[in-house]
Design a binder for this molecule. Structure first.
Ligand code: AMP
Ligand code: GLY
Length: 426
């Protein structure tokens, strides 16, 4: 009998996960809570149940007697959604609440890295605004000020001057622009070097890295303008050579998994390593307790193995490296956003696609109208993804197909992957 699966979440990442799960010979009906108008092509969406409504999610899982669950976003994981599903006997992909703290609290993750000697930026931790201001009055500049808790990926302020550092402390701790997550802050050393995202599968003991990727976080070409949820990704990341991968495995990935075990918080699921390749070697910028978005949209299309089988092994503690095979090709994801994003934007524009569109489309912010029409309903609307033997070909295909998707005010960066193509290595 096939396995019915519940996926918590409703963005482009979840669409990519669901499309990959559907390829598993064992996958039955897939439910997405809440899903979105695009995901509705591939799964049964339940828009009434939000990703943070743990009690409703658990009740739904019980009612449908699903055989497996995947909790994709950070919020429900930090709230204990995976624990709640396991508690009613449903095998679940995703870390426990205790393990999700590796993303949920930057203070926790910085202390963990310090205790276990995992390379990261030097930092100081404050819960008192006066002490924090005193510290920034003579700390090295530039510096980086981070809110402790989850802040929709926005709780990081880079201060290029001392004045900006003081303003950053006040913005987070006094004005509480990121809410309660700003009651404690981390002030850390400013690092430089290429950034690499490495997602990994882990069952709490064994860690198997996926193909590396590169995000493009700024809204404008040439990495200018405001930070966004991610305007495009490529995989693999050419800066991440086999030698660097070996160093990361020994100094970062294995020690992190061992540290979480030692702390009595074994981490199972997808652990995301946000790395910076500094002149002193690779260092951890951040951990995420989940698949990255939009990294997943380029990583999973390159996965040749059965995702459901891997996810089950992560939950049951039986993961082995040979279960996870990636193609040697490349992938590119171009995000189409609403005009005005990441600030004010309008929604409700019809999304159409030319008949000769020939790429993957992962939908993030869209809904179906009563008439069955797909319309925009978010800042980042969708990602167009192509795979090919080389990055250059993947990018050309992804851009050619992006031009075949239409909605009023559609915006994309025109330079996704350029830095990777110009990378001095490989
Ligand atoms: P995060 O929300 O932790 O991913 O941080 C957002 C971005 O801020 C990262 O992708 C980096 O580009 C940058 N960043 C974070 N920490 C540092 C650091 N210590 N030095 C330099 N840049 C940083
Ligand atoms: N793309 C970064 C993230 O998912 O956090």
């Amino acid at each position: 009998m096939k396995t019915d699966i519940l996926v918590v979440g409703g963005g482009g990442r979840e669409h990519a996960i669901i499309k990959k799960l559907k390829m598993s010979p064992d996958a039955g009906t897939i439910y997405a809570l809440p899903g979105n108008g695009g995901i509705a092509e591939d799964a049964i969406c339940v828009p009434e149940i939000g990703a943070k409504e743990i009690d409703k999610i658990v009740a739904f899982a019980k009612e449908k007697a699903v055989g497996f669950a995947v909790v994709a976003p950070d919020d429900p994981l930090v709230l204990g959604c995976a624990d709640a599903l396991r508690a009613i006997g449903i095998p679940t992909f995703g870390p426990s609440k205790a393990a999700a703290e590796i993303e949920g609290s930057k203070v926790f993750s910085k202390r963990l890295m310090e205790k276990y000697g995992i390379p990261t930026a030097k930092c100081a931790i404050f819960s008192d605004v006066k002490e924090a201001l005193e510290y920034v009055s003579d700390c090295p500049i530039p510096t980086v000020v981070k809110a402790d808790g989850l802040a929709l990926g926005k709780g990081v302020l880079i201060a290029m001057t001392r004045k900006e550092a003081e303003d950053a402390v006040r913005t987070i701790m006094e004005d509480r622009v990121f809410g309660e997550s700003g009651s404690r802050i981390v002030i850390e050393e400013f690092l430089t070097g290429p950034e690499v995202s490495v997602l990994s599968f882990t069952d709490g003991k064994t860690v198997v890295p996926m193909v590396s990727s590169m995000d493009h976080k700024r809204i404008g070409d040439g990495d200018t303008g405001l930070n966004t949820g991610g305007m495009g990704t490529i995989a693999p990341n050419p800066y991440y050579t086999a030698e660097i991968a070996d160093v990361c495995m020994e100094t970062i990935f294995k020690p992190t998994i061992a540290a979480m075990q030692e702390e009595g918080r074994p981490f199972s699921g997808c652990l995301y390593f946000g790395l910076m390749l500094t002149p002193d070697g690779p260092k951890v910028i951040e951990y995420n307790c989940r698949f990255g978005d939009p990294e997943t949209q380029v990583v999973l299309p390159l996965l040749e193995s059965d995702l459901l089988e891997i996810m089950r092994a992560c939950d049951s503690g039986t993961l082995t490296a040979d279960m996870v095979k990636f193609s040697t090709g490349a992938a590119a994801c171009i995000v189409l956003a609403s005009k005005g994003y990441p600030e004010k934007y309008e929604s409700g524009f019809a999304i159409t696609k030319d008949a000769d569109f020939a790429a993957e489309m992962y939908v993030a912010g869209a809904k179906k109208t009563d008439a069955g029409e797909l319309v925009t309903a978010g800042g980042r609307v969708l990602g167009v993804v192509s795979t090919a033997p080389t990055l250059k070909e993947a990018l050309a295909l992804a851009y050619a197909n992006t031009a075949k998707v239409h909605f009023d005010g559609a915006y994309c960066r025109s330079d996704i992957g350029q830095r990777a193509l110009n990378a001095p290595v490989k």
